[in-house]
Every structure is written in structure tokens, then in C-alpha cells.
Design a protein around this ligand. Structure first.
Ligand SMILES: [Zn+2]
Length: 391
């Protein structure tokens, strides 16, 4: 696609240089100049359509780019949200970790107490048995101390029972602390897996955002490339227009230098004199605006012969959107006549015609609502009312 334009642009550049190279020869011949202008006008219209094609591609790219940018903005907002979620989850995780550490510290502290308690208990048991044995011997040896011995035994037993309860309580508390710690650890794991999911989501969003940015970058490059192509086509069109202006100025000089062939104009449509629209401002029936009507419209059926209003040289014999098939004759002295909307033309550029010679047939080509001849007269390039030139 792009290569195709480059080829077209290159061809136009080469063609423009070739035309510029042969131009000095062409300027001496008004027919060649007219051909030149017509080919340059073709170049201009091809450049204009190229430009409008490039412009519509630029517009499409701008549209795509703005859609992509809106999408990327949305992604960035989502990324910000995940960022906040991650922060919240991190705070929660650190909170759980603190609580777990605290619980562990409590468990450790309790464990130390429990170990002490157990150690004390073991010592008491040992002491009691050692004491108990010796006391027992003592009791056996000295029965007077028997009551003292029993009292002592009861005392020791009650201490042991109290120790047992204490140890059991401590073990229960430790179990509770461990359960609480496990619960915290479960919560921590859940929070960490939730965080992992959000982190993964964020990673995906960031990836999509990077892809979107790559698309935006590509569209930006394409846009810049097309703008460059547009400005190349525009520069080209300006050069071609400048050439046309130069040739026209040269032609005008040549025409003005040529003397007028003389005499009054003859009626271009013998046998038909109905003027359906005269020269001047009028409401254009097709375009629906007030416009200068640049000539006179003479009604006649399709195929009626159109003749040259005076002798001269054909400087244009071509077709365009507005005039349809049309012919321009240079009569010298800066005077030209134009015949438009023809169904067919019978003269070519450079041809010499005499007054009353057939140059084409009535039709309705170009912007025409029916069969008629649109006839114009120009004096040194300015439009005048043709009706003043028949008397
Ligand atoms: Zn007209």
C-alpha cells in the first residue's frame, strides 16, 4: 500500500521534471501549452485525490489512536486499583505476621513457665519420696512423730495436686494459644494467596498496557509517516500549480501578442436562438446556490451542430466534471470562446478552425440539466457577457 504511493509519487516527480525539461520548447506553441495544462490539471486532480485518501487514513488513525488511548487510560486506572489492593493486603499480611510473632512469644513464655513448673514438680516429687522414705523410717523409729509425718504428707500431696492443676491449666492455655496461632497462620496464607492473585492480575494489566502503548506508538509512527506523505503530495501539487500558472501567464502573453482575427462573432448554434439562461448571477438549479452564470445557455436538441463563433485555433478540447465535453477556441487579441456540455467534439487541440465550422454536437455532459450549449466569451481571461459580441 505505502510502496504503491511511493511509486506513484516518484512517477509524478519524474513526470514533473520531464515536463519542466521540455517546457521551454512547449511555451512557444500554444497548443502544446494547452495540452501541458490539461495534463498538469490531471496531475493536480490525481494529487488532490491522493491527498484526500491520505487525509482520510490520517483521520482513521487519529480515531484508532484516541480509542486506544482511552483503553490504555482505563488499564492504568485498573493498575492503580490493584496497586491499592496490594498495599491493603500487604498491611494485612504484616498485621498477621506481627500477631503470629506475638502469639509465638506468648507460647514460648508459657512454655518456659510450664517447663519450670514441671521441673519444680519433678523436684517436689523426688524430694517428697526421698523425704517420705526417710520420714517413714523416722516414723517407724520414732512413732511419736507419726502425726507430724502424716501432716507433712498431706501438705506435700496438696501441693502436688495444686501443681498438677497448674500444669494442666498451662497446657490448656498453650493449646489455645497454638490454635489461635494456627488460625492466624491460615488467615495469613489466605491473604498471601489473595495477594498473589492480585499481583498476577496487575502483571497481566501491565502487560496489556505495554501492548496498548506499542499500538499507540505504531499509530503515532503511521500518522507521522502519512503526514509526511501528505506534505509531499501537497508540495508536489503546489509545484504543479505554479507550473500551470507560469504556462497560463506565458499563454496569455502569446495570445495578447497575437492579433484578433477580426469581425463580429457568428451565432454558434445556427437555427436555435432560445436562451434558457443568460449571463450573470443566478440561482444554480443543481448546486442550489447563487452563482455567476459564466456564459449563456442556448437550448437545442441533442445532436444539433455547434459551430465556431469565429476563426481561430483550438486551445482546449477535453472533458471535465463541470463542463463535460468542451472546446475553447483562441481568436487572437486575447479573445477566446468556450463551448460546453457537448455530446461529442469534432476538433482537437492545435487545430485551426474557420468561422462557422462544426466543432461538436449539443449534449448534456457535465453539470447540465438538459440538452443545451453553454457558450462563454473571455477577453484576456476575464468572463464577459457573450451577447454583447454578436452585434
Ligand atoms: Zn450555462
Amino acid at each position: 500500500m505505502k510502496k504503491k504511493w511511493i511509486a506513484i509519487v516518484a512517477l509524478i516527480v519524474v513526470a514533473a521534471f520531464l515536463i519542466m525539461a521540455v517546457l521551454p520548447m512547449a511555451t512557444n506553441m500554444s497548443a502544446s501549452a494547452a495540452n501541458d495544462i490539461s495534463s498538469k490539471k490531471n496531475q493536480l486532480s490525481s494529487l488532490a485525490s491522493q491527498k484526500s485518501k491520505i487525509q482520510s487514513e490520517i483521520n482513521a488513525i487519529k480515531n484508532d489512536k484516541s480509542n486506544e488511548m482511552a483503553y490504555k487510560d482505563k488499564l492504568e486506572q485498573d493498575i492503580d486499583l490493584t496497586e491499592q489492593e496490594i498495599k491493603t493486603l500487604n498491611a494485612l499480611i504484616s498485621d498477621y505476621e506481627t500477631q503470629i510473632t506475638e502469639k509465638q512469644a506468648e507460647i514460648d513464655e508459657l512454655q518456659i513457665k510450664l517447663d519450670n513448673q514441671i521441673a519444680q514438680f519433678k523436684t517436689r516429687v523426688r524430694v517428697m519420696y526421698e523425704d517420705g522414705e526417710s520420714s517413714y523410717l523416722e516414723v517407724l523409729l520414732e512413732s511419736t512423730s507419726y502425726f507430724a509425718f502424716l501432716t507433712r504428707m498431706e501438705f506435700v500431696t496438696s501441693i502436688m495436686e495444686r501443681d498438677n492443676r497448674l500444669i494442666d491449666d498451662m497446657k490448656a492455655t498453650s493449646a489455645q494459644l497454638k490454635a489461635a496461632k494456627e488460625e492466624l497462620e491460615t488467615s495469613l496464607q489466605e491473604t498471601e494467596s489473595a495477594k498473589a492473585q492480585i499481583v498476577e492480575k496487575q502483571r497481566e494489566l501491565e502487560q496489556r498496557s505495554a501492548e496498548s502503548q506499542a499500538i499507540i506508538d505504531k499509530l503515532t509512527n503511521d500518522e507521522a509517516y502519512l503526514k509526511e506523505q501528505y506534505s509531499i503530495a501537497e508540495k508536489e501539487a503546489n509545484q504543479v500549480q505554479a507550473e500551470i500558472d507560469r504556462i497560463l501567464a506565458q499563454q496569455k502573453k502569446t495570445q495578447a501578442a497575437k492579433e484578433y482575427v477580426g469581425g463580429v462573432f457568428g451565432w454558434p448554434l445556427p437555427g436555435h436562438s432560445t436562451i434558457s439562461s443568460s449571463f450573470g448571477m443566478r440561482f444554480h438549479p443543481t448546486l442550489k446556490v447563487y452563482k455567476l452564470h459564466t456564459g449563456v445557455d442556448i437550448s437545442a436538441p441533442r445532436g444539433t451542430k455547434i459551430v465556431a463563433a469565429n476563426s481561430g485555433t483550438v486551445i482546449t478540447s477535453t472533458m471535465n466534471g463541470a463542463y463535460g465535453n468542451y472546446v475553447v477556441i483562441d481568436h487572437g487579441g486575447g479573445r477566446t470562446t468556450l463551448y460546453a456540455h457537448m455530446s461529442s467534439r469534432s476538433v482537437s487541440v492545435g487545430q485551426t478552425v474557420s468561422k462557422g465550422q462544426q466543432i461538436g454536437l449539443v449534449g448534456s455532459t457535465g453539470y447540465a440539466t438538459g440538452n443545451h450549449l453553454h457558450f462563454e466569451v473571455r477577453i484576456n481571461g476575464s468572463l464577459v457577457n457573450p451577447m454583447s459580441y454578436f452585434k
